[in-house]
Design a protein around this ligand. Structure first.
Ligand code: NAD
Length: 355
């Protein structure tokens, strides 16, 4: 029997509630599909601070590296907000991503038909949107040297090496092969040499994927096109700073933060997590929406374990739950037939996914 080891980091706030529901669904679908999942739990963020005094214990760093993939909830909360920066929960998460060498951030932005009214854009513009933003995560201007801050001037450096562009481009093309086979590479090649370089390398990598259609777009135009006609995009490939901005804009097309998953992948083990935070305002009430985390578990099956049928089952189960009118409180205003708790939503999706 196929068997996988999953690292589980529940984190803080609603983290434990939503991760428990994702595991419920993973258990149901793995039984149905005939593979085995073993879970190993690790501490991160506030929970780790409370237990060990640091936000990223060595045991977590070493432990996750031995897993096939890591499912993560969220970290942070007011309890730890006044700690020094190096001791804060967020520092633990950034440190973990660095340790795991995750250079690619995958952020799907899809709109469920049943929730077209939840978006701030017109239903005709967003119905059927299904975009994957592939953002380079460990290079570009956020990390480039030199960087200096003086009294009379300050500067950062946007730098990309050939290897960095090649590997992120391959991630985007590989994903496009599993989707609609279209990649739009977003840059600012009309102004920046580094973007011109990026574009040339992406063109080179595209030759390895003759079935994938490659286009290029300037980032200012891409921002506009995302709002004007988001359906034109399949995979958006872009650098760190442009991807940071565009993926946030794209994610809001769906209208609800509780629905969208993400993945950070790279050289080794990938981290799969919802895009939202630990929602301390609703933690412990059993009303959080677990769908973003369940959807992250589906991405984990698809991209880390190659269990595509199981991933499809989860995606379809989420759609069915929404089509049947089940909503957690955050989506109560959008065609709800029945308001359910976090745990009830997990039960419903697990049931559909196991069929
Ligand atoms: P947040 O995403 O936690 O919450 C924003 C709003 O969305 C809140 O009203 C919350 O109740 C709601 N919300 C979020 N997820 C939801 C869900 N699944 N179901 C229903 N409603 C949901 O952002 P924030 O309030 O800015 O941050 C809270 C804490 O989370 C902070 O400590 C922040 O640093 C941390 N954070 C962590 C991550 C992460 O772990 N990756 C990401 C962002 C923020």
């Amino acid at each position: 029997m196929r068997s996988y080891k999953i690292g589980v980091i529940k984190g803080d706030g609603i983290g434990p509630e939503i991760v428990d529901e994702a595991i419920k669904v993973l258990d149901a679908v793995s039984v149905a599909q005939g593979f085995n999942l073993k879970y190993d739990e690790f501490l991160l963020g506030g929970a780790a601070i409370d237990e060990t005094g640091v936000p990223l214990p060595e045991e977590t760093i070493q432990g996750v590296k031995k897993c096939d993939a890591v499912l993560f909830g969220a970290i942070g909360g007011p309890k730890w907000d006044n700690l020094e920066r190096h001791l804060r929960p967020e520092t633990g998460l950034l440190g973990l991503r660095k340790e795991m060498g995750t250079f690619a951030n995958l952020r799907p932005a899809m709109v469920y038909d049943e929730l077209v009214n939840a978006s701030s854009l017109k239903p005709s513009v967003i119905q059927g949107v299904d975009i994957m933003v592939v953002r380079e995560l460990t290079g570009g201007i956020y990390f480039g040297q030199p960087r200096e801050l003086h009294e009379d001037k300050a500067f950062n450096t946007m730098v990309y090496t050939k290897e960095e562009v090649e590997r992120i481009a391959r991630v985007a093309f590989d994903i496009a092969m599993k989707r609609d086979k279209r990649v739009c590479s977003v840059d600012k090649a009309n102004v920046l040499e580094v973007s011109q370089f990026w574009r040339e390398i992406v063109e080179e990598i595209a030759k390895e994927y003759p079935e994938v259609e490659l286009s290029h777009m300037y980032v200012d135009n891409a921002a506009m096109q995302l709002i004007r006609d988001p359906k034109q995009f399949d995979v958006i490939l872009t650098g760190n700073i442009f991807g940071d901005i565009l993926s946030d804009a794209a994610s809001m097309l769906s209208g609800s933060i509780g629905l969208l998953p993400s993945a950070s992948t790279g050289k080794g083990v990938g981290l799969y997590e919802p895009i939202h935070g630990s929602a301390p305002d609703i933690a412990g009430q059993g009303i959080a929406n677990p769908l973003a985390t369940i959807s992250s578990a589906s991405m984990m099956l698809r991209y880390a374990l190659g269990e595509e049928e199981a991933a499809d089952k989860i995606d379809n189960a989420i759609k069915k739950a929404l089509a049947e009118g089940y909503r957690t409180g955050d989506l109560a205003d959008y065609d709800a037939k029945e308001i359910v708790t976090c745990s009830e939503m997990g039960d419903i999706v697990a049931d559909y996914a196991s069929r």
